[in-house]
Design a protein around this ligand. Structure first.
Ligand code: CP
Length: 304
């Protein structure tokens, strides 16, 4: 049995296969509409979500399967003190595959050790979000037509932004990738990502707090929200939350074929006047999320 806890659980060949299946699903929806007849996905969300949970549920339904689960753990027996391990053992009796989001880093890994069905990490604390990364990779491949020779600007909360950590880890496996890490000092990328991912793989990167400094060099600008829920001190959040607001003026020097990505939800970090720019692809990115999750469900359930 295979789980998806970290993007490194998948080889580059497996990721490329998932992207190809997702593209085939986009072009041949009917062909896939009964692939999961009689199968059940459980979505266990111990933290709020719109895109991840609903795209997983839509993905399973479009494959012909059914969905059970909860979007608010206070309505589950967690509120009575049940452990994650016990919850997982029980939900495995009712479902064929589980997508789980949890505020504690490592909770999906613990769940996978006890589970009788595949576990998908749908986001664990400030740690990882591998299905967002698969979504991002499908978006990059579809919109840029390549996964190599890219300069990627990552902007905003690089400290707590788990999508950024997973995306860096994934992109270092492709050729000639450069990163521009744009954040205030307080929200810089964690040291372990610099040392164990970037330096270890000899990846070129620069750090800046100026969103416009390297704008002309970027092939991809990946904006992120300041993660309010990870702050211990509200005053710090208020001071940092509007540090970056991308608008038309800030894009003046950007390439014509730049793509602007954002895992969403957006708060203030992209002005709505950017939404009409042909380079904005964050809503399309959210749609790609459903197709790559369909491909992932098929793979983990070993459906041909
Ligand atoms: N991108 C993402 O994880 O969004 P949700 O928190 O709405 O699932």
């Amino acid at each position: 049995m295979k789980h998806l806890i970290d993007i490194k659980d998948l080889s580059i060949e497996e990721i490329n296969d998932l992207i190809e299946v997702a593209k085939d699903i986009i072009n041949n929806r009917e062909k896939y509409s009964h692939k999961c007849d009689g199968r059940k996905l459980a979505t266990l969300f111990f933290e709020p979500s719109t895109r991840t949970r609903l795209s997983f549920e839509a993905a399973m339904m479009e494959l012909g399967g059914n969905v059970i689960g909860f979007s608010d753990s206070s309505s589950s027996s967690t509120s009575k003190g049940e452990t994650v391990s016990d919850t997982i053992r029980v939900v495995g009796c009712y479902s064929d595959i589980i997508a789980m989001r949890h505020p504690k880093e490592g909770a999906p890994l613990v769940a996978s050790m006890k589970s009788t069905v595949p576990i998908i990490n749908a986001g664990d604390g400030g740690h990882n979000h591998p299905t967002q990364t698969l979504t991002d990779l499908l978006t990059i491949q579809s919109e840029k037509g390549r996964m190599d020779n890219l300069t990627i600007g990552l902007c905003g909360d690089l400290k707590f932004g788990r999508t950024v950590h997973s995306l860096i880890t994934a992109m270092t496996r492709y050729k000639n990738i450069k990163f521009v890490l744009i954040s205030p000092k307080e929200l810089e990328i964690p040291e372990y990502i610099k040392k164990e991912v970037l330096d270890k793989n000899n990846i070129e990167y620069v750090e800046t707090n100026d969103i416009e400094e390297y704008m002309a060099d970027l092939d991809i600008l990946y904006m992120t929200r300041v993660q309010k829920e990870r702050f211990f001190n509200e005053a710090d959040y208020i001071r940092l939350k509007d540090y970056y607001i991308l608008n038309k003026e800030k894009l003046e020097k950007a390439k014509n074929d730049l793509i602007i990505m954002h895992p969403l939800p957006r708060v203030n970090e992209i002005s709505t006047d950017v939404d009409e720019d042909k380079r904005a692809c964050y809503f399309k990115q959210a749609e790609y999320g459903k197709y790559i999750r369909m491909a992932l469900i098929l793979k983990l359930l070993e459906v041909e």
